[in-house]
Design a protein around this ligand. Structure first.
Ligand code: ARG
Length: 463
């Protein structure tokens, strides 16, 4: 990036009699972060130039020359040969100045019937639409990975928790399918956000539209926009789509953070449910024995910045009168960082999850430890005619007895169990086993292995 030449003429310099203050030049410049929009900026300019020829505002030859010049600039940037200048402020004027340098005076005609206000609004929408497509593809892959893992562990037993206390046995596959449901809703929200992003502002010009006979439908077709912004004032100032994206990304990050929290817990010595592959962990510089789950910890940590970006964008917009204000330049960094963070965290999960090492033994013994089949015993008594509240009381007493004797429920003798209800027979032991407990929850949305397999099948069909 160069800002050495203070005498770079401004494309808007006509009415000014002194040069821009050097500090102000740096303070107002956005090229350091909006240069990443170059492909979308050029795409928008090419569509605009073609439309101007189509509408008879430019001669076909002029438009062709402009398009060739823009394509050359695109190659220069991609090859790393383009010199960005802070004095030229932003991505738009850097490219336009280079165009004029390359093709001469005809380059000065590109900006006919257009403003940077509708140009930047178009650029971010094109950029975000592409990024959403990439994120949706990643989410689809991650959903596939979760479904594979869930199917593999359809019958692997673990404790289900409430209040982080062992509650009832579930299958690991069922737990993974809960994650899958969250991610499926995230993808749905993102798809919905894409619709409201895919709206073309071009033609709004600075705020009121343009006096030239533009053909907005033509430009929209060139750029693959599904909708055309209905109101020029709204078109240049609306950033709801960016706020909506960050809110959607925040919810998705909140989900990834919850999974991460569970991964961190599960890898601990206290749980030992899973192990992460070494390549996703780091060690301690002082404690030689440590293998730390840094990747899930960082996903959990990075969720915070995306939540913050949502708040930044809301605050950015809340006091803006119509139409465009320079405040809007501050929309880019939060948006870009939200996109980058969500993409990185999805990528990390996708690398990690299919490679976790599952310790089914540890999961099973944890499920046995916490009297997790107590509800099954209560349900057993209900099936023999006891009211649920009375069954609850009787089983509570049985649990207290087992705790006092340091036994699990299925280690009690039939006679010992009968103290709490004479209706208990020796078929009770089937009910007290983990396998029987999960298999009995055999309905849509339940944890029975067959239900998990059926849910995987349904989810795959929807993917
Ligand atoms: N860099 C500006 C932005 O990001 C582009 C539009 C500037 N328009 C203007 N009239 N100053 O919003």
């Amino acid at each position: 990036m160069s800002n050495e030449d203070p005498a770079t003429p401004k494309l808007w310099g006509g009415r000014f009699t002194e040069q821009t203050d050097e500090f102000v030049e740096r303070f107002t410049a956005s090229v350091s972060f909006d240069a990443r929009l170059y492909r979308h900026d050029i795409m928008g300019s090419i569509a605009h130039a073609r439309m101007l020829a189509h509408s008879g505002v430019l001669a076909q030859g002029e438009s062709d020359t402009i398009v060739d010049g823009l394509e050359q600039i695109r190659r220069e940037v991609a090859a790393g040969e383009f010199v960005w200048s802070v004095a030229l402020e932003d991505v738009h004027m850097n490219i336009e100045a280079r165009l004029i340098e390359l093709i001469g005076d005809v380059g000065k005609k590109l900006h006919t019937g257009r403003s940077r206000n509708d140009q930047i609004a178009t650029d971010i929408r094109l950029y975000l639409r592409d990024e959403i497509d990439g994120l949706l593809a990643l989410m689809g892959e991650l959903r596939g990975a979760l479904l594979d893992l869930a199917e593999q562990h359809a019958a692997t037993l673990m404790p289900g928790f409430t209040h982080l206390q062992a509650a009832q046995p579930v299958t690991f596959g069922h737990h993974l399918l809960a994650w899958h449901e969250m991610l499926a809703r995230d993808a749905e929200r993102l798809t919905d956000c894409r619709r409201r992003t895919n709206v073309m502002p071009l033609g709004a010009a600075a705020l009121a539209g343009t006096t030239f006979p533009i053909d907005r439908a033509f430009t929209a077709r060139e750029l693959g926009f599904e909708y055309i912004a209905e109101n020029s004032l709204d078109a240049v100032s609306d950033r709801d789509f960016a706020i909506e994206f960050c809110a959607t990304a925040s919810i998705a990050m909140m989900h990834l953070s919850r999974w991460s929290e569970e991964l961190v817990l599960w890898t601990s010595q206290q749980f030992r449910f899973i192990e992460l592959p070494d390549r996703f962990c780091t060690g301690s510089s002082i404690m030689p024995q440590k293998k730390n789950p840094d990747v899930p910890e960082l996903i959990r940590g990075k969720s915070a910045r995306v939540f913050g970006h949502t708040m930044s964008l809301l605050a950015l917009m809340k006091s803006q009168p119509l139409a465009y204000n320079r405040d809007n330049q501050e929309d880019k960094e939060p948006l870009f960082d939200s996109v980058d963070t969500l993409r990185d965290c999805l990528t990390a999960m996708l690398g990690m999850l299919p490679n976790i090492i599952v310790n089914a033994e540890a999961m099973r013994s944890a499920a046995l430890a916490g009297f997790t089949t107590a509800t099954d015993l209560a349900d057993y008594l209900v099936r023999r005619g006891v009211a649920f509240r009375d069954a609850h009381e009787a089983v509570g007493q049985a649990v207290a007895f087992a705790i006092a004797n340091e036994l699990s429920l299925d280690q009690l003798e039939l006679d010992q169990l009968k103290q709490f209800s004479s209706l208990i027979e020796d078929d009770v032991f089937k009910v007290l086993e983990l396998e029987g407990s999960v298999a009995a929850r055999d309905h849509l949305g339940g944890t029975a292995p067959d239900q998990v397999r059926a849910a995987v099948k349904r989810a795959r069909a929807n993917l």
